[in-house]
Design a protein around this ligand. Structure first.
Ligand code: FAD
Ligand code: SIN
Length: 537
């Protein structure tokens, strides 16, 4: 089966939906999304969107905070652009119907939150479930658009590019590498469909599932980075994996974040003896940059042998806690933790990929007609460590810019017929009864990534991780070519690819900076390493 549209958007989080809504003005949009459309990291975002909306705040301060957090690797022009364009994008969200929390006074001003590394209150939020509110509204607006069709339970496998078509014997006139859409698995029917488009956008989110402990939902298996890399897109800075300092530590709680906003409102970190420890590590204490807080907790846990530390907000009035953090309050209560009365057991967990597919200021990759926006991209905004709540902001700004640029591409190539793509070739495929192997490999990757490529790395641990991932990749190759593809197998292949990219970038960087900390090179080396780690096939 073949589907044709002007734009193909892969992913239905804040980046994909924002792009689609903008692009529906100039053409038809097909959105493919591998589970239910709202099942995205966006949907789980808690803290909010960082933006200069208070007259007392200034863009220069947000720029300074972002640059400091990025530890020397942010692209300053990108930071300035995002910070300056951000407030208008937040106003557009409000225009679409997003209901951000407001103060109770007559002016009903936006209530602005505080998070680590910010020198001002500037996080616009919907209580502590900002992402759910944003995702709901964007999806509602997208569903109202006649030009947008959403294909749920459709998982992109690989891109259709000029090089791939030539390999399959198709004659192509383009001289530059160009993208014409993607092969997509209809997960419910197990049929592979050809989605042809003049512009393709990877908006597939992050890759937290590459680690054993993560704040991310199951969709975050790094598909977009792996798909892009296989097609020849440049990948950058994969060593900078952000670990969120405070995820709920409870045997029954899967991936539940305790927002940094809790620390922004006065939450303090305690060890098991009740001692506050962050003052030993940074003058900003609990509101230091995220890499510093996560590393400090890791060190405390290693020193004490404890399994978790504690985040305490119980000194604040109970009514305030319940009103400001209803989602966190009710979720913790389900696990018999009353956060108005007792500290919350927390541990760091993999949270965000600062690296990804390298793009320009419009989200364009090095392949014509192929854009990457949102967490899948590496735009230069975050450098070596993302400032809290700058991710949703980046997605909004780049979706808008990419849509503008893509509409110009579309106007230029609208009359060129779409390249004929051959049907997906499943080779000598037979059903795999070996799904246990997929589960086993998936588990193994996540474990060795956690143990060897986590918050603190060494050359030896990285080398161990590399040899493990190589063996697994060989096994996957065999499965991939011999058996019918399933979403589990595709995710495993992508996960292994992303793990390999993280290990490669981490092994190349011979210094410690931001989120990358290697005990064998504990210092920053600005002479040799004040630059991105860029790799491609
Ligand atoms: P996502 O929202 O993750 O969407 C990705 C989409 O791609 C999904 O629809 C997925 O199904 C789809 N997809 C993936 N692979 C495929 C494939 N192969 N085929 C088809 N579809 C595919 N950032 C902030 O700025 N502020 C916050 O307060 C904040 N809180 C967070 C809290 C949590 C718990 C988490 C996990 C993250 C948080 N972040 C926050 C980070 C932020 O939410 C994400 O970086 C951002 O939402 C990513 O948006 P996205 O559109 O790029 O990807
Ligand atoms: C949080 O609420 O702590 C998440 C904020 C972010 O990841 O930017």
């Amino acid at each position: 089966m073949e589907v044709q549209s002007d734009y193909l958007v892969i992913g239905s989080g804040i980046a994909g939906l924002s792009f689609a809504l903008e692009s529906a003005r100039s053409g038809t949009v097909a959105i493919v999304t591998k589970r239910d459309p709202q099942e995205t990291s966006t949907n789980y975002a808690q803290g909010g969107i960082a933006s200069v909306l208070d007259p007392e705040d200034q863009p220069e301060l947000h720029i300074k905070d972002t640059l400091e957090s990025g530890d020397g690797l942010c692209k300053e022009d990108v930071v300035k652009m995002v910070v300056r364009e951000g407030p208008a994008r937040v106003q557009e969200l409000i225009g679409l119907g997003v209901n951000f929390t407001r103060q109770s006074g007559p002016e009903k001003k936006l209530d602005l939150g505080m998070e680590g590394g910010h020198s001002r209150r500037r996080i616009v939020h919907a209580k502590d479930h900002t992402g759910q509110e944003v995702e709901k509204v964007l999806l509602e607006r997208a569903r109202e658009q006649p030009n947008i069709t959403i294909y749920d339970n459709h998982m992109a496998i690989d891109l259709i590019t000029k090089s791939k078509l030539i390999k399959r014997g198709i004659v192509i006139s383009e001289t530059r590498e160009t993208c014409w859409g993607a092969y997509v698995l209809d997960v419910k029917t197990n049929q592979v469909k050809t989605f042809l488009a003049r512009v393709t956008v990877l908006a597939t989110g992050g890759a937290g599932k590459v680690y054993l402990y993560t704040s991310n939902p199951d969709i975050a298996s790094g598909d977009g980075v792996a798909i892009g890399y296989r097609a020849g897109v440049k990948v950058a800075n994969m060593e900078f994996v952000q670990f969120h300092p405070t995820c709920l530590y409870h045997p029954m709680a899967k991936s539940f974040l305790i927002s940094e906003a809790v620390r922004g409102e006065g939450g303090i970190l305690l060890d098991s003896k009740g001692n506050r420890f962050m003052e030993k590590y940074h003058p900003l204490k609990e509101l230091a940059f995220r890499d510093i807080v996560a590393r400090s907790i890791d060190l405390e846990l290693k020193k004490s042998g404890d399994e978790c530390v504690y985040l305490d907000i119980s000194h604040k009035p109970a009514a305030f806690i319940k009103e400001r953090f209803p989602h966190i309050y009710h979720t913790c209560l389900k696990y018999q933790i009353d956060i108005t009365k007792e500290p919350i057991p927390v541990v760091p967990a993999a949270h965000y990929m600062c690296g990804g597919l390298l793009t320009d200021k419009n989200g364009l990759t090095n392949i014509d007609n192929l854009y990457a926006i949102g967490e899948v991209a590496c735009t230069g905004l975050h450098g070596a460590n993302r400032l809290a709540s700058n991710s949703l902001l980046e997605a909004l700004v780049f979706a808008k810019r990419a849509a503008k640029s893509a509409s110009e591409d579309l106007a230029a190539n609208r009359n060129i017929p779409l390249s004929k793509a051959p049907l997906w070739d499943s080779g000598s495929a037979t059903d795999s009864e070996e799904s246990v192997v997929v589960t086993h490999n998936w588990d193994e990757i996540r474990r060795f990534m956690w143990n060897y490529v986590g918050i603190v790395r060494t050359n030896k641990r990285l080398a161990r991780a590399r040899s493990r991932v190589q063996i697994i990749q060989e096994e996957i190759k065999e499965y991939y070519w011999n058996f019918i593809v399933t979403s589990d197998l595709l995710e495993l292949r992508n996960l292994a690819q992303v793990a390999e990219l993280i290990i490669t970038c981490a092994s190349l960087r011979k210094e410690s900076r931001g989120l990358h900390y290697n005990l064998d090179y504990p210092h920053q080396d600005n002479e040799h390493w004040k630059r991105d780690t860029v790799i491609w096939i």
